[in-house]
Design a protein around this ligand. Sequence first.
Ligand code: PLP
Ligand SMILES: N[C@@H](CCOP(=O)(O)O)C(=O)O
Length: 394
Amino acid sequence: MRCIECGFQSELDQKMITCPRCGGILEISVKLPPTFSFSKLRGRGVWRYSPAIAGNYKKIVSISEGGTPLIRSRENSEVYYKFEGANPTGSFKDRGMTVAISSAVSEGYKIVVAASTGNTAASAAAYSARAGLKIYLVLPKDKVAIGKLAQSILYGATILEVEGSFDVGMKAVMRLYKDVGIVYPLNSFNPWRLEGQKTIAYEITEEIGVPDYVFVPVGNAGNIYAIWKGFTELRDAGVIDRVPRMVGVQAEGASPIAKAILNNQDTPQFVENPETVATAIRIGKPVNWKKAMKAIKESQGTAIYVSDNEIMEAQRELARKEGIGAEPASVASFAGYKKALEHGLVDRTSKTVMILTGHALKDPDSMIKSSARRIIVNPDHLENIILGDLNVSG
Ligand SMILES: Cc1ncc(COP(=O)(O)O)c(C=O)c1O
Ligand SMILES: N[C@@H](CCOP(=O)(O)O)C(=O)O
């Protein structure tokens, strides 16, 4: 393990979540066994890749996460959507949560905590219910999409609401973890969680080999790093010969990392009051910014920001042309891909995967604002509408 802030190094220690020297963010380095081969793996989902997942687990808490569909685009056979909405609670967070909760249980914790814009909360609530742990969720008041809030309520979490953005809650959870050792933190500054999320890279590689580009929505910035880490491990073990270019996509009103990358700055300027329709990535001070920038730079990738209008248009286009329903933050990857095509950053022949991080049903308010043809009809004369349409279209 190595601290990304101060360079502290240690042997693998599952008790370690942040750097014991400076409190910084830790990286877990994994060397795949020389015998690693996809053909030898058994089962499906996150734990199929257990030879690559660091740590010892006395008990595995799973709800069959991972193994999500990689859907080929109808319009371009080189383009794929990794639909993380198909996870048990409807987002990629489940991949990380199965590992983090299994780690918490193995280390003897009884209480877990997470700050959240909604998806981490829903996932953490489900996995802690399955493990029989007590969970406290810190949410930005009135800023969590209704589907996600409803999930956290259903799974029986205690919900603590704070005024202000997600960043306020994140800071509070960090402090709580550092001051009160009995509480296990489930956010992505916990490097064990990212061990689960990196399996996205393993699944993509096993199914289609190495893509040229992977587009990832970026909020607290753990996922883009985790996916890059997965590809890097496979490359270092000689399973693949290169790592795809990682492209981080942020919403314009919450884009410290994208702006730093685009302006060639080493450090992002944090956003005090982030604002975007994509509430899942309404984050101004991403805790994993160093890891994300490392992943982008070392993969020779880039970052992009997209407007709220571009996000909403992308959500409709994906639904209406490809039949895939993803929440606004999720389709930032698609909006970013469209922009990258326009700006000539990628071309249509590049093998590209967009990570669609969460299901459309998470945020019904965003869907219902889409334009739709809704007509009050006489049930005895439905044919009038259909025949009328046929006449109009000739
Ligand atoms: C649906 C969705 N997409 C993307 C993200 C961003 O992921 P990360 O925080 O790992 O950058 C989140 C949460 O942060 C999310 O809930
Ligand atoms: N979008 C996230 C924000 C928290 O991110 P995390 O990966 O650090 O838990 C959420 O769903 O809460």
